[in-house]
Design a protein around this ligand. Structure first.
Ligand code: ADP
Length: 450
């Protein structure tokens, strides 16, 4: 096992990783920008190193500073959290060349899954069902038209290096291909420096369903069931549930097993998430994230597993602590992402938290790194905490979520808490009758009503 882990991240996820290390008796090193000198992860870590000025590219994304921090402190492993360098194959390779363990999959697996065309090809080879579409990249408008004709309109033109929903354009008919193809390419070039695009059938009313997997890198891998993350705004998840209870348990276990078997074949190491769109009873692979996800706690809650603990174990060369047969599922969990944003306009709201009272009680978990008097810096994403609630049934979970939302107080900055308080009374939320477009339509209807 590792002696000292450097946590190359900030905010709630840095604290989450720090907690797992403490429980394992592993010493911790926090790194931080000058804007985060007073952050909770810095205060609670055994050691801390300032790695640069506020902009992420000069600190949390600056590989030489992070490697130097490892060398100064003698850290023998790095946990990258999510975002920042967590899916950067070059970072994983550089650490390896310095004999520092990367707590995550191999650089090779990060690379395969980071290129969406290669990821889809790999998924197909591994027996994972994919959205019908082009066999690889699409290089010309004429080829785009041919593929679209074969799979049928509407189609979606997507960036091979895509992320965050950028470089994606819908074409409803052949007359829209020219403009969709050229804008997707130029957006992709501007955002990712790579104008390679591919085509998929555009699904009209899918749900976003994902499967949590963990492998030991030696051919053993398990799945921890499904999550439903269909409530999205601008392709960003805002509320997640586990399990994806609107889908029959047999179907959920079947897709889980397909994913676990694929990870065994790949000899995948560490935690990962395989994302699907689900429509008319079918799963369609869209991408794999080779890291810990923001929404991992809902899975932890229903399986009683500690996913970060498993990540650290397998990176240290130990086996997974449980076999697939030993995984049991209990009840239902929901996570709300609390952002420091205006609940109506979604404008960021950095500033000082003047009063903070998190929810508590039976079935409530709060993963947050803020405290009363904490000043939220304007430089990073606006997630300030996650409220995770568990119940024996989905109804009990919702009942408890309402109670927890009523209890939660964050003063001094605007947060998205009022959004969840409104949302939870919606009949579609009570019956889980929503697809990936539902939230945007609901927000739009709310704006029109004023
Ligand atoms: P990114 O990496 O940019 O987030 P994804 O492939 O994960 O891209 O897709 C992001 C979101 O875009 C999905 O959650 C879904 O809302 C939508 N999307 C992606 N592919 C399709 C598709 N074929 N049909 C309909 N919607 C899609």
């Amino acid at each position: 096992m590792f002696q000292k882990v450097l946590i190359a991240n900030r905010g709630e996820i840095a604290l989450r990783v720090l907690r797992a290390c403490k429980e394992l008796g592993i010493a911790t090193v926090a790194v931080h920008s000058t804007a985060d000198a007073n952050a909770m992860h810095v205060r609670l870590a055994d050691e801390s190193v300032c790695i640069g000025p506020p902009p992420a590219r000069d600190s949390y994304l600056h590989i030489p500073s992070i490697v130097a921090a490892c060398e100064i402190t003698g850290a023998d492993a790095v946990h990258p959290g999510y975002g920042f360098l967590s899916e950067n194959a070059r970072f994983a390779r550089i650490l390896e060349s310095h004999k520092i363990a990367f707590i995550g999959p191999s650089a090779h697996h990060i690379e395969i899954m980071g290129d969406k065309i290669m990821a889809k090809k790999t998924a197909l080879e591994l027996g994972i069902p994919c959205v019908p579409g082009s066999a690889g990249g699409v290089a010309s408008e004429a080829e785009a038209k041919k593929v679209a004709k074969d799979i049928g309109y509407p189609v979606l033109i997507k960036a091979a290096s895509g992320g965050g929903g950028r470089g994606m354009k819908v074409a409803k008919s052949e007359s829209e291909i020219a403009i969709a193809f050229s804008t997707a390419r130029s957006e992709a070039k501007a955002a990712f420096g790579d104008d390679a695009v591919y085509i998929e059938k555009y699904l009209g009313k899918p749900r976003h369903i994902e499967v949590q997997v963990i492998g030991d890198g030696k051919g053993n891998a398990i799945h921890l069931g499904t999550r439903d993350c269909s409530l999205q705004r601008r392709h960003q998840k805002i509320l997640e549930e586990a399990p994806a209870s609107t889908i029959a348990i047999e179907r959920r276990m079947e897709i889980g097993e397909i994913c676990a078997a694929a990870m065994r074949k790949l000899q995948y190491s560490g935690a990962g998430t395989i994302e699907f769109l689900y429509e008319n009873g079918e799963f369609y692979f869209i991408e794999m994230n080779t890291r810990l996800q923001v929404e991992h706690p809902v899975t932890e809650r229903i399986t009683n597993m500690d996913i970060v603990y498993e990540q650290i174990r397998v990176a240290g060369g130990e086996p997974l602590s449980l076999t697939q047969d030993e995984i049991t599922y209990f009840g239902h969990a929901i996570e709300c992402r609390i952002n420091a944003e205006d609940a109506e306009t979604f404008a960021p709201s950095p500033g000082t938290i003047t009063y903070y009272h998190p929810a508590g009680g039976v079935g409530v978990r709060v993963d947050s790194s803020v405290y009363q008097g904490y000043k939220i810096p304007p430089y990073y994403d606006s997630l300030i905490g996650k409220l995770i609630v568990h119940g024996r049934t989905r109804d009990e979970c919702l009942m408890r979520l309402r109670r927890a939302l009523d209890e939660f107080i964050v003063d001094g900055v605007k947060t998205t808490l009022p959004l969840f308080r409104r949302l939870i009374d919606e009949p579609a939320i009570k019956t889980a009758d929503y697809d990936i477009h539902w939230l945007e339509a609901w927000l739009e209807a709310g704006r029109k009503k004023g």
